[in-house]
Ligand binder design. Sequence first.
Ligand code: PLP
Length: 414
Amino acid sequence: MKHLADVDPEIASLIQQENVRQHEKLRLIPSENYASAAVLEATGSVLTNKYSEGYANKRYYEGQQIVDQVETLAIQRAKALFGSESANVQPYSGSPANLAVYYAFCRPGDPIMGLALDHGGHLTHGWGVSITGDFFTPIRYQLHPETHLIDYDMMRDLARKHRPKLIMAGATAYPRIIDFQAFADVAKEVDAVFCVDMAHIAGLVAGGAHPSPVPMAHVVTTTTHKTLRGPRGGMILMKKSHAKAVNKAVFPGLQGGPHNHTTAAIAVALKEASTDDFKAYARKIVENAKHLAECLKAKGFHLVSGGTDNHLILVDVSKRGVTGKPYAKAMDRAGLVANYNTVPFDPRPPMDPSGIRMGTPGATTRGMGKPEMEKLASWMDRVLANVENEDALEKIRLEVKELCAAFPAPGVVV
Ligand SMILES: *Cc1c(COP(=O)(O)O)cnc(C)c1O
C-alpha cells in the first residue's frame, strides 16, 4: 500500500494495525470470514470509478463495454452455482437485498412474517427498530421453548391467522438446519411470497454442506461476505417469473449505480466457491463446528439446542456464572473474537445477554481442524475462569497468537 502510505499515513497505519489484529487474533464471529487475496484485488480495482445504473445492455450511461461483461459473468456464475433461474448481483449488502424484496412484493402496512430477532432472526425480518418492522406489519414466529428449534406449528398457525404477504425464513443466530419445505408448504397454503434469507449459510449451500432453499423458495436473498467468503455485498436469486419485479425494486426502486468493483469481486468469489476445494471447505466448517460443540460440552458449556448442524454455535454462558458481554470482552482480550448474543427466551437485556455467538468459517479458512478446535474449547474454558484476570488472559492471547501464526489467514498482510 505504497500510495496510501504516501497520501494518508494515518489511514495506512490503521489498516496495517487491522492486518496485524486479524493475523494475531482468531475470527470466531460466524458472520465474518477472510476473503481471498484475489477477491480483495478485485474489490480494490478501477471498477469503482464507473457508473452503470441499469442492467447489462440497458444502462443509463455510456462506457459499459467492460462492466456489462463483469456483471453478466457474476450473474451466470451465481445461477450456475446455486441452480437458480435468475440472479441480481447489485444489492449493496444483505439488508438492501431484503428491502428490495419487500418493495417488490409488499405495500406499506402489509403483514410480513419472520423469525423474531431475539430468537435468531435478522433486524430486516420485521423487527421494530428496522424500517421493515415500521413500514410493514410484522408477524413474528419464535423458537420452541424446550427444543430451541423453530416452532413450525406456531409459524403455520400465525400464517393462517394473519395471512402475511411474504414469509421470510433464515436467521443470524440459529445453529440448526432449517426445514425450508415446511415454510414453502405454509406459504403455498396462505398464498404468500416465500423468501429465504440465506446470508449466513450461503457458503454451506454452495458447497453442498446445507440443504439448498433455491428449489423451494420464490426468492432467496444473501450476503456475499459470510460463509460465501466474497466481498461485502448482496445477491438475490429468484424464479424467472419474479425477476422483473425484483430487478425493478433493486433499480430504480431502491438503489442507484451498482458497486461494480464489488460485482467483480462477487464474480471471483463465486468462481472460487464452485471448486472442489470450496466443497471440502464447506464440509470442514460443519465438521469443525460439530467437533467444537462436543469439546465445549465436554468442558461443561451449555449450548443452545444442544449443538449445531451448521457453522454456528450459541453458548449460554450464564449457566456458568458469567454473562455474555464480559465474557465476550474477556475472550477478545485473549485473542478469541466472538460476540455476545441473546439466547432464546433470554431473561437478560440485549446489551448484556446470557450468551455468546461463535462459528468456524474463519478458523476453517485458516486451515484449522479438530486439534485446533480442542485447543479452542480449552482456551474458552480458561477464559471463563479468568474473566477479570488480565495476566491469565494475556497468557492465553500469546498462545492464540502463536497458533494463528501457524495458520495465516489469506489476504491478511503482515
Ligand atoms: C448479515 C445478515 C443480513 C444483513 O446483511 P448486511 O450485509 O449486514 O446488511 C441479513 N440477513 C441475515 C440473515 C444476515 O445474517
